[in-house]
Design a binder for this molecule. Structure first.
Ligand code: CAO
Length: 419
């Protein structure tokens, strides 16, 4: 089957999680992604958190499927020559080295443009160019702290908290793919490549948009209503910064995490319950509290604000003898936005996610079968085959031959330890 990115060749100078997630997505959609790795070592995630001795760790295999692997020492003269040739014959380079690494390697953006003016160069750093922190190396949690996620996550009386979701890593990679494809569209019009830069701070900040909304509301009126779960309103006072949200919902609908049957022993026996304004009547019906629908003390969102936790306590009482699944099965009939809290164990076994290709089983030549996350985006006219990741240097000779190196030249590059 023809894939949308067939014929697009990408130099994958990526490591850890942010950019590998991006190039893996592009590989699923048809690009020829050549992962360039240091001989003998490769991407650090190959050996991090290993569960099978001698096999690439899941950390690597789950982020580098459908790619080819070329080992290349770009600090040797021969290695630089090979990279130069690759730049001339590729469409894109994607990299997330530490600040200044590519310049030190001798491949500044200016040099890359000289070699190939059509090149699209996508670059992820912790902070944007010219930022006062631009020299910092950054990992996931650092980005979450720098982009507001940590300051607004957790409970108001606890420390800033990071999310388990890879807001700085995979999220940056997913955004980057939008930038790359946009630059590709522009190149089709202008014939010119360009540099696409993205910072992990900006990627996190982009997801914290509603907190900037709230900061401005707070600056203006001194409190945040429509967040009745905050003890600061209406029962207390706010400081001048947006408080951590606990389990409050981000929008104008109060929501909370509620215990279901079995919560004492099962850490995930909870549902998230949202009190959508216009769903109040069905909620009262579902809970067997029809009198609340017409009681002025409960009828409106405003009236409910000061007793929202009492309302949640009543719902918890109703949930006491229901599992999270039973509860959702009842509430869905009343059109109430809610969901069970699902553990990764449950998600991994979910027939729905297997059917949709969101969780896929891959057979790897060294480690055997494992599960990975498939394409989160589904297409009506594109079948995505999630493949195995390459072993270190698996395609070195093949890629060099593609570049026009003879068997003799390739042997010399091996002898010089350039590949
Ligand atoms: N051949 C020869 N040398 C190579 C090479 C190759 N194929 N690939 C990498 N190297 C060298 C680089 O040239 C660099 O050497 P110098 O520092 O001497 O110039 C060296 O490896 C280290 O590169 P690095 O700074 O990228 O790696 P690090 O482990 O010190 O830092 C990280 C890792 C992730 C903190 C840093 O790369 C970074 O901040 N990246 C940008 C933000 C990012 O993507 N963070 C990770 C997100 S996923 O959690």
């Amino acid at each position: 089957m023809t894939k949308p990115l067939d014929g697009i060749r990408i130099i994958d100078f990526t490591h850890v999680q942010a950019d590998p997630a991006c190039t893996q997505l592009l590989a699923w959609y048809g690009a020829d992604v050549i992962k360039v790795e240091r001989p003998g070592a490769g991407d650090v995630t190959r050996s991090q958190l290993r569960d099978i001795p001698g096999a690439d760790a899941l950390y690597f295999t789950m982020l580098n499927g459908n790619k080819r692997s070329l080992t290349l020492d770009t600090k040797t003269q021969e290695g630089k020559e090979v990279l130069g040739k690759m730049i001339k014959t590729s469409d894109m380079m994607v990299e997330n080295f530490g600040p200044g690494v590519l310049d030190r390697m001798g491949f500044s953006w200016a040099r890359i443009q000289e070699l190939n003016p059509k090149m699209i160069m996508a670059s992820v750093k912790g902070f944007s160019d010219g930022h006062s922190y631009e020299d910092l190396k950054v990992y996931e949690n650092v980005a979450q702290c720098a982009g507001d996620a940590a300051s607004t996550t957790g409970f108001w009386d606890g420390p800033p908290t990071v999310s388990a979701a890879a807001l700085g890593d995979s999220n940056t990679g997913m955004h980057l793919a939008i930038g790359i494809l946009t630059a590709l569209m522009q190149r089709q019009k202008t014939g010119k490549g360009q540099k696409v830069s993205y910072s992990m701070q900006d990627a996190v900040l982009n997801l914290c948009r509603v907190k900037l909304r709230d900061q401005q509301r707070l600056d203006k009126i001194g409190y945040l209503e429509k967040y009745p779960q905050y003890p600061q309103y209406p029962h207390g006072t706010f400081s001048d910064v947006v408080p951590r949200g606990g389990n409050a919902s981000g929008g104008g609908q109060p929501g909370w995490m509620l215990k279901c049957k079995g919560w004492e022993t099962d850490p995930n026996a909870y549902i998230y319950f949202t009190i959508q304004g216009h769903a109040w009547k069905p909620i009262t019906k579902a809970l067997g509290k029809p009198e609340w629908a017409t009681d002025p003390a409960y009828m409106t969102a405003e009236a409910r604000q000061d007793k929202i936790f009492d309302i949640f306590a009543t719902i918890e009482e109703w949930l006491k003898d229901k599992t999270k699944y039973e509860a959702v099965d009842i509430l869905r009939k009343f059109d109430i936005p809610c969901a069970p809290v699902l553990s990764m164990k449950e998600l991994a076994a979910s027939p729905d996610l297997r059917k949709s290709g969101s969780i896929v089983e891959v057979d790897h030549k060294v480690r055997g079968k494992y599960l990975t996350i498939g394409s989160p985006i589904k297409f009506s006219d594109l079948e995505i085959e999630v493949g195995q990741s390459p072993v270190l240097g698996e395609h070195t000779d093949e890629v060099l031959a593609d570049l026009g190196y003879s068997a003799d030249d390739i042997a010399k590059l091996h002898t010089a330890k350039a590949v």
